[in-house]
Design a protein around this ligand. Structure first.
Ligand code: SF4
Length: 380
């Protein structure tokens, strides 16, 4: 299979154009088609000579994601289910501006992207790992989640989720609203453990960050990990300053061991040492994601170790009430339990937010829409 052209950096493309004896300005014309206009076909690149388009199409693929399903209304959280070229399904979630989370008041949209098909890490509460790990996403498959979402958002919006459900195709509104960016915050928190697909992820983020590419500031890109300590240390040496979030979900080894197998490999002592190393070399401000699960990690007694960790590591805590996953026994705590947990943390001088998911009614837990679609396809 030919490599998709969105897996190449500007330097790599420029080297290829030099080999082909093409003038340098052609590289910028091509990049404009790929990232400003979000083109989905070579034919549409009208200011490139036909001979160059033919040469490009024989060396590279341009594989737009196919929209296989969509949930949510235009002005709320929307979930997109994408079909990849090999038929595998992945999800992205588009979340409207939320100043309290990763962005600022002026932010427009945050996109949560996937980095793997399935997940090998097997967190007990998560739908993404239920069907096991299939493969890493290539850089273009990560980049294209942003471009495909922007194509949809720039096209005439569907007025209802029901209407949207009929859109099962490649969205081709490549020139609509071409210069505008819809996604200006990225969270790498969808299906998969991002740092397990390290090289492809970092390459994709370089492309999404570059002024010639996605144009998304590195400080607006948050990488979330379940706790791969060695890769956190590696991330500290990256030239770009991405933000780091830790999917903590438990502040003691006993709690994390119960729900996150990764903790047996990298227990809290090792994870926190890696975070401290990252903070010495990079950003001190990190985020702890903490999914509140009834009877597992939602007791007020859990707030003391959580507060101690948060203060030691200068972490803000995002509390996320659990979204029920079909086939798993875990439950969301009542709102009074959620509120009591937040209040106890705040009393301990921890900066914390409680994120009552807007997407609760749309299979909001990561991986749920994909699982449902796969079982529909299996039953056809
Ligand atoms: S929570 Fe993240 S790391 Fe854990 S199984 Fe789900 S996708 Fe994988």
């Amino acid at each position: 299979m030919l490599p998709d052209i969105r897996s190449l950096t500007r330097d790599e493309l420029a080297a290829r154009f030099t080999e082909w004896a093409q003038p340098g300005y052609r590289v910028d014309q091509l990049l404009s088609w790929l990232y400003a206009r979000r083109a989905v076909s070579w034919e549409s690149m009208s200011n490139l000579p036909k001979s160059l388009r033919t040469q490009l199409s024989s060396a590279f693929a341009l594989r737009p994601l196919e929209l296989a399903g969509r949930q949510g209304a235009v002005d709320t959280t929307q979930k997109f289910l994408w079909r990849l070229a090999d038929g595998a399904l992945i999800e992205s979630v588009l979340i409207p501006a939320s100043p309290a989370l990763y962005g600022e008041a002026s932010d427009r949209h945050t996109l949560c992207v996937s980095t793997q098909v399935g997940c090998a890490y097997g967190c007990k509460f998560c739908a993404s790992g239920l069907d096991g790990w299939k493969r890493h996403l290539q850089p273009d498959e990560i980049v294209e989640q942003v471009l495909a979402t922007e194509r949809i958002a720039s096209a005439a919006p569907s007025s209802t989720p029901a209407a949207a459900a009929d859109e099962k195709s490649v969205v081709t509104s490549e020139s609509a609203n071409a210069e505008s960016r819809v996604v200006n915050n990225l969270v790498i928190m969808g299906m998969g453990e991002p740092l397990a697909n390290y090289d492809n992820l970092i390459k994709a983020l370089r492309i999404l960050n570059a002024p010639w590419g996605g144009g998304i500031g590195a400080r607006k890109i948050t990488i979330s990990t379940s706790g791969l300590a060695p890769q956190i240390r590696r991330l500290a040496s990256e030239p770009l300053q991405f933000r780091l979030a830790i999917s903590l979900h438990g502040a003691t080894d006993a709690t994390r061991n119960r729900i996150m197998p990764i903790n047996r490999k990298y227990p809290l002592a090792e994870l926190t040492a890696a975070i401290e190393d990252y903070q010495r070399r990079r950003d001190r401000l990190i985020t702890f994601e903490y999914i509140l699960i009834a009877g597992v990690n939602d007791a007020v007694s859990e707030t003391a170790p959580l507060a101690a960790l948060a203060k030691r590591l200068h972490a803000k805590v995002n509390l996320i009430p659990y979204n029920k996953v079909d086939g798993l026994p875990w439950q969301r705590p009542s709102e009074s339990v959620q509120d009591a947990f937040l209040a106890a943390l705040e009393k301990l001088d921890v900066t914390a937010t409680l994120r009552r998911e807007k997407g609760h009614d749309i299979d909001a837990a990561c991986g749920q829409l994909r699982l449902r679609k796969m079982s529909e396809l299996a039953n056809q």
